[in-house]
Ligand binder design. Structure first.
Ligand SMILES: Nc1ncnc2c1ncn2[C@@H]1O[C@H](COP(=O)(O)OP(=O)(O)OP(=O)(O)O)[C@@H](O)[C@H]1O
Ligand SMILES: [Mg+2]
Length: 319
């Protein structure tokens, strides 16, 4: 999508799902998603909010739609590996999902030594209980992908890394279920990596959330989006790796780096984010969608009022 076209969406981003008085109290908000609990189901609206360092900082044009449609793409592509929570699509950014008991661990899969794992490794720490060889390099590929779970912290707190052994020892997930989680996570990651490779991308690492429903494991939340995953351009990996330089990323590192350059890393007041940075970030999300799916992104013209109407109608139908 052209920059000019995307800029026309700067002023109409969806900051939150604003339902009318009758339903307003039913909405609960995560950092990015707004949800309406219908008992057995959830209506999930992916807003345009962007969070970095666990803080919501701004909105990004078309981000909600990109994330929602990218997840739908992957849910569909991976349904033979594990069933997912999607029941129905309501709008470009709202879906009806089956409500699940979400496991209290985020399942992170990593194929490369980078990000927080690299920072921990450099300080001599184990990575979620995994002791790595002493001579690994920045952005080196693991022999095979590793799972580094993290506890799902209460609101406001940061997630905490945990070893796969402790997930079971602390009784967060039963052993047979955890074995199935690991098996599914690795299979999902393999499918994601192979697909990314066909499009000239490397799926570097990602986070999955699973839930259970009637005893069955279900994939929930989002899959292989720029918010939950890190992608690199494959064609420049070797060269940059050999030089020990940062990889070219296809994700929200762009805005994170902009913030870090201005001294912001989550504490204190964030600098105001100018429109050209919001726009550039939006372009990256759209590009990620197009590169990963091979489809052209079609922005939906659904405004905040209309979105609320669509959700209210679904509530009336299902509640
Ligand atoms: N099918 C589902 N059933 C129950 N909960 C779900 C389902 N899908 C997603 N969720 C939960 O909904 C929330 C999604 O909201 P969002 O991604 O904005 O939150 P977050 O900021 O990542 O996390 P949190 O809400 O934990 O702070 C997550 O807590 C996720 O675990
Ligand atoms: Mg989330």
């Amino acid at each position: 999508m052209e920059k000019g076209k995307l800029s026309s969406y700067l002023s109409t981003t969806l900051g939150e799902l604003a339902l009318g008085k009758k339903h307003a109290a039913r909405v609960s908000r995560g950092k990015v998603r707004d949800m309406v609990d219908l008992g057995d189901r959830l209506i999930i609206t992916v807003t345009d909010r962007l969070s970095a360092f666990d803080r919501v900082l701004t909105t990004i044009p078309c981000k909600g739609q990109v994330l929602n449609e990218l997840s739908l793409f992957w849910f569909e592509a991976t349904r033979s590996i594990v069933p997912n929570h999607i029941e129905e699509t309501l709008s470009p950014r709202s879906v009806i999902a089956r409500k699940c008991d979400v496991l209290p661990v985020e399942v992170i899969v990593r194929a490369y030594l980078t990000g927080s794992a690299w920072r921990d490794y450099r300080q001599g720490k184990a990575i979620a209980g995994i002791v790595l060889p002493p001579d690994m390099r920045y952005n080196q590929k693991f022999e095979s992908p590793v799972i580094t779970p993290s506890t799902k912290a209460e609101r406001g707190a940061h997630d905490e890394p945990i070893s796969t052994g402790d997930v079971v020892r602390r009784d967060l997930v039963s052993e047979p279920l955890w074995r199935r989680v690991e098996e599914c996570a690795l299979a999902l990651f393999k499918a994601g990596s192979e697909h990314a490779a066909r499009n000239g991308l490397i799926l570097v690492d990602t986070k999955y959330e699973f839930g259970t429903r009637e005893g069955k494991l279900v994939l929930v939340d989002e899959v292989h989006t720029p918010d939950s995953s890190r992608f690199w351009h494959a064609d420049t990996y070797d060269e940059l790796y050999a030089r020990g330089e940062a990889q070219r990323e296809l994700d929200k590192e762009y805005l994170r780096r902009w913030l870090i350059e201005r001294g912001y890393m989550g504490d204190g007041e964030a600098p105001p984010i100018p429109d050209d940075i919001r726009l550039e970030t939006g372009l990256r999300y759209v590009t990620a969608y197009e590169r990963v799916t091979g489809r052209t992104f079609m922005p939906g013209d659904v405004d905040a009022r209309r979105e609320a109407e669509i959700v209210e109608k679904a509530i009336a139908r299902l509640a």
